[in-house]
Design a protein around this ligand. Structure first.
Ligand code: PTJ
Length: 245
Protein backbone atom coordinates (compact mmCIF):
# COMPACT_ATOMS: atom_id res chain seq x y z
CA UNK A 1 0.00 0.00 0.00
CA UNK A 2 2.65 2.52 1.08
CA UNK A 3 6.15 2.27 -0.37
CA UNK A 4 8.01 1.67 2.90
CA UNK A 5 10.32 -1.35 3.29
CA UNK A 6 9.07 -3.67 6.05
CA UNK A 7 12.56 -3.87 7.57
CA UNK A 8 12.77 -0.11 8.02
CA UNK A 9 13.43 0.51 11.75
CA UNK A 10 10.62 3.10 11.88
CA UNK A 11 8.21 1.11 9.66
CA UNK A 12 5.16 1.30 11.97
CA UNK A 13 5.69 4.94 12.73
CA UNK A 14 5.99 5.83 9.02
CA UNK A 15 2.88 3.82 8.12
CA UNK A 16 0.93 5.67 10.82
CA UNK A 17 2.10 9.02 9.40
CA UNK A 18 0.99 8.01 5.91
CA UNK A 19 -2.41 6.90 7.17
CA UNK A 20 -2.89 10.31 8.77
CA UNK A 21 -1.71 12.02 5.59
CA UNK A 22 -4.38 10.08 3.67
CA UNK A 23 -6.95 10.85 6.37
CA UNK A 24 -6.19 14.54 6.02
CA UNK A 25 -6.50 14.38 2.22
CA UNK A 26 -9.86 12.59 2.42
CA UNK A 27 -11.23 15.02 5.01
CA UNK A 28 -11.50 12.47 7.84
CA UNK A 29 -8.61 13.77 9.92
CA UNK A 30 -8.46 17.39 10.99
CA UNK A 31 -5.19 19.34 10.35
CA UNK A 32 -4.60 19.73 14.09
CA UNK A 33 -4.77 15.93 14.33
CA UNK A 34 -1.28 15.93 12.79
CA UNK A 35 0.01 18.09 15.64
CA UNK A 36 -1.68 15.86 18.21
CA UNK A 37 -0.05 12.84 16.59
CA UNK A 38 3.38 14.49 16.67
CA UNK A 39 3.02 15.09 20.39
CA UNK A 40 2.04 11.45 20.87
CA UNK A 41 5.05 10.26 18.84
CA UNK A 42 7.42 12.15 21.14
CA UNK A 43 5.98 10.42 24.23
CA UNK A 44 5.99 7.06 22.45
CA UNK A 45 9.67 7.53 21.57
CA UNK A 46 10.48 8.10 25.25
CA UNK A 47 8.47 5.00 26.15
CA UNK A 48 10.60 2.97 23.74
CA UNK A 49 7.56 2.43 21.47
CA UNK A 50 6.56 -0.55 23.57
CA UNK A 51 3.76 -1.63 25.89
CA UNK A 52 4.83 -1.35 29.52
CA UNK A 53 3.52 -3.24 32.52
CA UNK A 54 1.47 -0.18 33.63
CA UNK A 55 -0.37 -0.35 30.29
CA UNK A 56 -1.02 -4.10 30.57
CA UNK A 57 -2.44 -3.57 34.10
CA UNK A 58 -4.75 -0.84 32.84
CA UNK A 59 -5.83 -2.92 29.82
CA UNK A 60 -6.72 -5.77 32.18
CA UNK A 61 -8.83 -3.46 34.36
CA UNK A 62 -10.42 -2.01 31.20
CA UNK A 63 -11.36 -5.49 30.00
CA UNK A 64 -12.89 -6.32 33.39
CA UNK A 65 -14.88 -3.03 33.35
CA UNK A 66 -16.19 -3.80 29.85
CA UNK A 67 -17.35 -7.22 31.05
CA UNK A 68 -19.09 -5.60 34.05
CA UNK A 69 -20.65 -2.71 32.10
CA UNK A 70 -24.20 -2.65 30.74
CA UNK A 71 -23.27 -0.62 27.69
CA UNK A 72 -19.75 0.24 26.51
CA UNK A 73 -19.12 2.71 23.69
CA UNK A 74 -15.79 3.11 21.89
CA UNK A 75 -15.47 6.72 20.79
CA UNK A 76 -13.92 7.42 17.37
CA UNK A 77 -12.26 10.67 16.30
CA UNK A 78 -10.54 11.76 13.09
CA UNK A 79 -7.16 10.32 14.12
CA UNK A 80 -8.31 6.94 15.40
CA UNK A 81 -10.66 6.54 12.41
CA UNK A 82 -7.67 6.28 10.07
CA UNK A 83 -5.01 4.91 12.46
CA UNK A 84 -6.86 1.91 13.83
CA UNK A 85 -10.36 1.26 12.40
CA UNK A 86 -9.74 -2.50 12.21
CA UNK A 87 -8.52 -2.63 15.82
CA UNK A 88 -11.58 -0.72 17.06
CA UNK A 89 -13.96 -2.92 15.05
CA UNK A 90 -12.21 -6.07 16.32
CA UNK A 91 -12.56 -4.96 19.95
CA UNK A 92 -16.20 -3.98 19.40
CA UNK A 93 -16.97 -7.34 17.80
CA UNK A 94 -15.17 -9.32 20.51
CA UNK A 95 -16.68 -7.41 23.44
CA UNK A 96 -20.11 -6.29 22.22
CA UNK A 97 -19.15 -2.63 22.63
CA UNK A 98 -20.72 -0.06 20.30
CA UNK A 99 -18.76 2.35 18.10
CA UNK A 100 -19.63 6.06 17.95
CA UNK A 101 -18.02 8.96 16.11
CA UNK A 102 -17.46 12.03 18.27
CA UNK A 103 -15.48 14.97 16.93
CA UNK A 104 -13.89 18.03 18.49
CA UNK A 105 -13.68 19.85 15.14
CA UNK A 106 -17.14 18.64 14.27
CA UNK A 107 -18.86 18.75 10.89
CA UNK A 108 -21.62 16.70 9.28
CA UNK A 109 -19.30 16.00 6.32
CA UNK A 110 -16.54 14.56 8.55
CA UNK A 111 -19.01 12.44 10.53
CA UNK A 112 -20.47 11.02 7.31
CA UNK A 113 -17.02 10.30 5.84
CA UNK A 114 -16.03 8.43 9.00
CA UNK A 115 -19.33 6.52 8.84
CA UNK A 116 -18.52 5.46 5.25
CA UNK A 117 -14.95 4.57 6.22
CA UNK A 118 -16.27 2.11 8.83
CA UNK A 119 -19.12 0.91 6.62
CA UNK A 120 -16.53 -0.07 3.98
CA UNK A 121 -14.94 -2.28 6.66
CA UNK A 122 -18.26 -3.96 7.52
CA UNK A 123 -19.08 -1.97 10.65
CA UNK A 124 -21.87 0.47 11.37
CA UNK A 125 -21.28 3.29 13.83
CA UNK A 126 -23.41 5.63 15.89
CA UNK A 127 -23.10 9.41 16.12
CA UNK A 128 -23.55 10.26 12.44
CA UNK A 129 -26.70 12.18 13.42
CA UNK A 130 -26.20 13.19 17.06
CA UNK A 131 -29.49 13.72 18.87
CA UNK A 132 -28.52 14.12 22.54
CA UNK A 133 -26.24 16.30 24.58
CA UNK A 134 -23.74 15.74 27.42
CA UNK A 135 -24.42 18.43 30.02
CA UNK A 136 -21.78 20.88 31.14
CA UNK A 137 -19.64 20.57 28.03
CA UNK A 138 -19.37 23.58 25.72
CA UNK A 139 -17.36 21.93 22.90
CA UNK A 140 -18.81 19.99 19.96
CA UNK A 141 -17.95 16.79 21.79
CA UNK A 142 -21.15 17.35 23.81
CA UNK A 143 -23.19 16.19 20.78
CA UNK A 144 -23.79 12.47 21.13
CA UNK A 145 -26.13 9.66 20.12
CA UNK A 146 -29.02 8.90 22.48
CA UNK A 147 -28.52 5.17 21.85
CA UNK A 148 -24.74 5.39 22.28
CA UNK A 149 -22.55 7.54 24.53
CA UNK A 150 -25.58 9.27 26.09
CA UNK A 151 -26.93 5.96 27.33
CA UNK A 152 -23.59 4.24 28.06
CA UNK A 153 -22.24 3.49 31.51
CA UNK A 154 -18.68 3.03 30.16
CA UNK A 155 -16.93 5.04 27.44
CA UNK A 156 -13.53 4.34 25.91
CA UNK A 157 -11.87 7.50 24.62
CA UNK A 158 -8.51 7.96 22.92
CA UNK A 159 -6.49 11.04 21.88
CA UNK A 160 -8.93 13.26 23.72
CA UNK A 161 -9.25 16.61 25.34
CA UNK A 162 -9.77 16.60 29.09
CA UNK A 163 -13.06 18.54 29.05
CA UNK A 164 -15.17 15.68 27.78
CA UNK A 165 -13.58 13.15 30.12
CA UNK A 166 -14.44 15.45 33.03
CA UNK A 167 -18.02 15.91 31.75
CA UNK A 168 -18.51 12.18 31.21
CA UNK A 169 -17.20 11.37 34.70
CA UNK A 170 -19.47 14.11 36.18
CA UNK A 171 -22.46 12.54 34.42
CA UNK A 172 -21.80 9.28 36.26
CA UNK A 173 -20.13 7.32 33.47
CA UNK A 174 -16.87 5.43 33.81
CA UNK A 175 -14.13 6.45 31.40
CA UNK A 176 -11.26 4.42 29.99
CA UNK A 177 -8.69 6.70 28.33
CA UNK A 178 -5.89 5.78 25.94
CA UNK A 179 -3.30 8.54 25.86
CA UNK A 180 0.48 8.51 25.56
CA UNK A 181 0.85 11.53 27.83
CA UNK A 182 0.25 10.69 31.51
CA UNK A 183 0.31 14.39 32.40
CA UNK A 184 -2.59 15.24 30.10
CA UNK A 185 -5.92 16.09 31.77
CA UNK A 186 -7.68 13.16 30.06
CA UNK A 187 -5.71 10.36 31.78
CA UNK A 188 -5.58 12.43 34.98
CA UNK A 189 -9.40 12.49 35.11
CA UNK A 190 -10.24 9.06 33.67
CA UNK A 191 -11.04 6.03 35.83
CA UNK A 192 -8.66 3.81 33.89
CA UNK A 193 -5.75 5.35 31.95
CA UNK A 194 -3.90 3.30 29.40
CA UNK A 195 -0.61 5.09 28.76
CA UNK A 196 0.27 3.54 25.44
CA UNK A 197 -0.07 3.98 21.71
CA UNK A 198 -3.69 3.40 20.69
CA UNK A 199 -2.38 1.01 18.01
CA UNK A 200 -0.89 -1.29 20.67
CA UNK A 201 -3.46 -0.63 23.40
CA UNK A 202 -6.59 -1.77 21.55
CA UNK A 203 -5.26 -5.28 20.70
CA UNK A 204 -3.98 -5.57 24.30
CA UNK A 205 -7.46 -4.77 25.68
CA UNK A 206 -8.87 -7.41 23.34
CA UNK A 207 -6.25 -9.93 24.53
CA UNK A 208 -7.12 -9.17 28.17
CA UNK A 209 -10.84 -9.41 27.36
CA UNK A 210 -10.23 -12.92 26.06
CA UNK A 211 -8.38 -13.85 29.27
CA UNK A 212 -11.04 -12.31 31.54
CA UNK A 213 -14.24 -13.40 29.83
CA UNK A 214 -14.44 -16.72 31.71
CA UNK A 215 -14.10 -14.97 35.11
CA UNK A 216 -17.16 -14.66 37.35
CA UNK A 217 -18.48 -11.26 38.47
CA UNK A 218 -16.72 -11.42 41.86
CA UNK A 219 -13.37 -12.00 40.20
CA UNK A 220 -13.95 -9.17 37.68
CA UNK A 221 -15.00 -6.84 40.51
CA UNK A 222 -11.82 -7.73 42.38
CA UNK A 223 -9.68 -6.87 39.33
CA UNK A 224 -11.27 -3.42 39.10
CA UNK A 225 -11.16 -2.85 42.88
CA UNK A 226 -7.44 -3.63 43.05
CA UNK A 227 -6.63 -1.41 40.10
CA UNK A 228 -4.94 1.85 41.10
CA UNK A 229 -4.92 4.52 38.40
CA UNK A 230 -2.66 6.88 40.36
CA UNK A 231 0.08 4.23 40.41
CA UNK A 232 -0.29 3.74 36.65
CA UNK A 233 0.16 7.49 36.06
CA UNK A 234 3.12 7.64 38.44
CA UNK A 235 4.83 4.60 36.84
CA UNK A 236 4.26 5.96 33.34
CA UNK A 237 5.71 9.35 34.22
CA UNK A 238 8.73 7.66 35.80
CA UNK A 239 9.29 5.60 32.61
CA UNK A 240 9.13 8.75 30.47
CA UNK A 241 11.50 10.64 32.76
CA UNK A 242 14.08 7.80 32.62
CA UNK A 243 13.84 6.68 28.99
CA UNK A 244 15.78 3.62 27.92
CA UNK A 245 16.42 4.89 24.39
O1 PTJ B 1 -10.90 14.45 15.05
P1 PTJ B 1 -11.24 15.45 16.10
O2 PTJ B 1 -11.88 16.70 15.51
O3 PTJ B 1 -12.11 14.88 17.18
O4 PTJ B 1 -9.87 15.94 16.78
C1 PTJ B 1 -8.97 14.98 17.31
C2 PTJ B 1 -7.76 15.63 17.98
C3 PTJ B 1 -6.74 14.50 18.24
C4 PTJ B 1 -7.15 16.66 17.03
C5 PTJ B 1 -8.19 16.30 19.31
O5 PTJ B 1 -8.81 15.38 20.14
C6 PTJ B 1 -7.03 16.96 20.01
O6 PTJ B 1 -6.70 18.12 19.78
O7 PTJ B 1 -6.39 16.18 20.91
P2 PTJ B 1 -5.23 16.74 21.89
O8 PTJ B 1 -5.84 17.65 22.90
O9 PTJ B 1 -4.07 17.23 21.08
O10 PTJ B 1 -4.81 15.42 22.65
C7 PTJ B 1 -4.27 14.33 21.99
C8 PTJ B 1 -3.56 13.46 23.03
O11 PTJ B 1 -3.37 12.18 22.45
C9 PTJ B 1 -2.18 13.99 23.44
O12 PTJ B 1 -2.02 13.85 24.84
C10 PTJ B 1 -1.19 13.05 22.69
O13 PTJ B 1 -0.01 12.84 23.43
C11 PTJ B 1 -2.01 11.76 22.61
N1 PTJ B 1 -1.69 10.92 21.45
C12 PTJ B 1 -1.31 11.30 20.21
N2 PTJ B 1 -1.15 10.24 19.41
C13 PTJ B 1 -1.45 9.14 20.14
C14 PTJ B 1 -1.81 9.58 21.45
N3 PTJ B 1 -2.16 8.72 22.42
C15 PTJ B 1 -2.20 7.39 22.09
N4 PTJ B 1 -1.87 6.92 20.87
C16 PTJ B 1 -1.50 7.75 19.86
N5 PTJ B 1 -1.20 7.25 18.66
Amino acid sequence: MFNIPKDHPRYHSLIARHKLEEGLASGITTPTGMIAHGRGEAFDYLLGEQTHDFSVRACRAAAAEILLAKKTVISINGNTAVLCPEEMIALANASGALLEVNLFHDSKARREKIGEHFHARGASILGIHPNACIEGLTSNRANVDSKGIFDADLVLVSLEDGDRTEALVRSGKKVIAIDLNPLSRTPQRADISIIDNVLRALPEIERQFDLCKSHDIACLAQITALFDNKTVLRDAEAAIRSPKV
